[in-house]
Design a protein around this ligand. Structure first.
Ligand code: DGL
Length: 275
């Protein structure tokens, strides 16, 4: 058993969908979360830049003595996962492979859609991963960056949400999908609204939640899972490079908690530090 926390990172709030799944599947594991809100969105940024940001966050998470790291961001996974795994001596998980496997398992007609950021779509990691397992599948990828903004800006007007989602998914009209991968960790926060637009027959895949299952298996095999419940609940430490109060409200809301402790991180001499 290893009592150290698990580290999660995202460009903003999206990775909280993985944490939400972890609260169910790994209920005794402490959490350290970094949301790089000041530099989001990652989607339109060059790959090298996203890789550099990811490296900075991983270095910070290591300073917090985490036992494993989940890159709970598809864009950062697409840009940096193999390199980060090679550079750092700690188990690092990305969200793409688990999403690919989950979709390959549940698709009935092998008609799979992917919605993600521009960076993830450009990387073709979902398409390539799916084609390896299902060489005859039809795969249609669409970049839907406006959905990231709906979440980060906390847009709750149902009419406007529906309008933006319909606009972003319009490219799927002529396709008849049976499975849609939510290839950005922000998107599960809009899952009911996306389902309403795409129709009830399409199965949605949450890649962050699928990843947490993988982490659970790994911790069990490595005998690193924390089984004993914490007396006063799990310890969750949140960090953001953006506005602390906004992050605090969002984390409290999305994780259904009474309070979330959030601290600010500043970039000083190429390192993320408290301040
Ligand atoms: N949540 C992130 C992802 O999974 C990206 C959002 C963004 O910063 O563009 O790709």
């Amino acid at each position: 058993m290893d009592t150290r926390p698990i580290g999660y990172l995202d460009s903003g709030l999206g990775g909280l969908t993985a944490v939400r799944a972890a609260l169910e599947l790994l209920p005794n594991e402490d959490v350290v979360y970094v949301g790089d809100t000041a530099r989001m969105p990652y989607g339109p940024r060059p790959q090298a830049e996203v890789l550099q940001f990811t490296r900075q966050i991983i270095n910070f998470l290591l300073s917090q003595h985490v036992k494993a790291i989940v890159i709970a961001c598809n864009t950062a996974t697409a840009a940096a996962l193999p390199q980060m795994q090679a550079e750092f001596d700690i188990p690092i998980f990305g969200v793409i492979n688990a999403g690919v496997s989950a979709a390959a398992k549940i698709t009935r007609q092998q008609k799979i859609g992917v919605i993600a950021t521009e960076g993830t779509v450009k990387s073709n990691r979902y398409r390539d991963g799916l084609q390896k397992i299902l060489p005859t599948a039809t795969i249609h990828q669409i970049a839907a960056p406006k959905l990231v903004q709906l979440v980060e800006k906390n847009v709750t007007d149902p009419k406007y949400q529906k309008q933006v989602i319909a606009e972003q998914l319009a490219g799927f009209k002529t396709e008849s999908l049976d499975t849609l991968i939510l290839g950005c960790t922000h998107f599960p926060l809009l899952a009911p609204q996306i389902q309403a637009v795409i129709g009830p027959d399409v199965q949605l895949v949450d890649s962050g939640a699928a990843t947490v299952l993988e982490v659970q298996k790994f911790l069990d095999q490595a005998e690193m899972r924390q089984f004993e419940p914490r007396l006063d609940g799990v310890n969750m430490q949140f960090y953001t490079t953006g506005a602390v109060e906004i992050f605090e409200q969002a984390a409290t809301h999305w994780l259904n908690r009474q309070h979330s402790q959030v601290k600010h991180l500043a970039l000083i001499a190429d390192q993320l530090q408290l301040g």
